[in-house]
Design a protein around this ligand. Structure first.
Ligand code: ZN
Length: 196
């Protein structure tokens, strides 16, 4: 819808200093934080993302927008976090923290709105226990698996100044190295901003 365009923020791409900073905790959910949350959801949808951390729109605060698909694979046993959170999507979480990681790890391809059109495998724990505040809901501590667990780990990395490409194993990284260099060089010419 054309009228919604004003809420869409530029997305910062790899190389932007804001993506390397440790984001600050949110002290209080003010009207400004709510406005930012709405704009992050609009921006995430405009760029077809399933997750967006505030540093990606140039705001170094611990805020994450999520829009995971509610549909789960057949025969998949949803984790408690998926049962709770998937019906709330799209949603915004504040000050998320990972409390513990499951021992089992697996590798899966990831992508990122700050690293457009580049996908590469990242190894991560399959399950996590995380705690977060949810706007208009409260604070929850819940175990996550599946895509949700992976997505929250990816977004937590953003809040701590890390991008997924920095976690790709060396052999796989050689396949994306040239494209990452091109992205950084092009980004530098555009103040590291993607616009819709
Ligand atoms: Zn990302």
């Amino acid at each position: 819808m054309f009228g919604m365009r004003k809420k869409i923020m530029p997305v910062y791409t790899y190389g932007a200093p804001v993506l390397k900073a440790i984001a600050a905790p949110v002290e209080k959910i003010t009207p400004e934080i709510r406005e930012l949350a709405d704009r992050m959801i609009d921006t995430m949808f405009a760029f077809d993302g399933i997750g967006l951390a505030a540093p990606q729109v140039g705001v170094s605060k611990r805020i994450v927008a999520l829009a995971l698909p509610a549909q789960l694979p057949a025969d998949y046993e949803p984790s408690p976090a998926e049962e709770l959170l998937l019906p709330m999507m799209p949603m915004v979480i504040i000050n998320p923290q990972i409390i513990s990681y499951g021992k089992d790890k697996y590798i899966s391809d990831e992508g990122c709105l700050s690293v457009p059109d580049i996908y590469a495998p990242v190894e991560r724990p399959r399950t996590i226990v995380f705690q977060t505040e949810i706007i208009d809901y409260g604070i929850v501590t819940v175990e996550a698996g599946g895509l949700l667990a992976r997505c929250i780990q990816h977004e937590m990395d953003h809040l701590n100044g890390t991008l997924f490409v920095e976690k790709v194993a060396p052999e796989a990284y050689t396949k994306i190295d040239a494209r990452v260099r091109t992205l950084i060089a092009r980004g530098a010419q555009n103040n590291y901003q993607r616009r819709k």
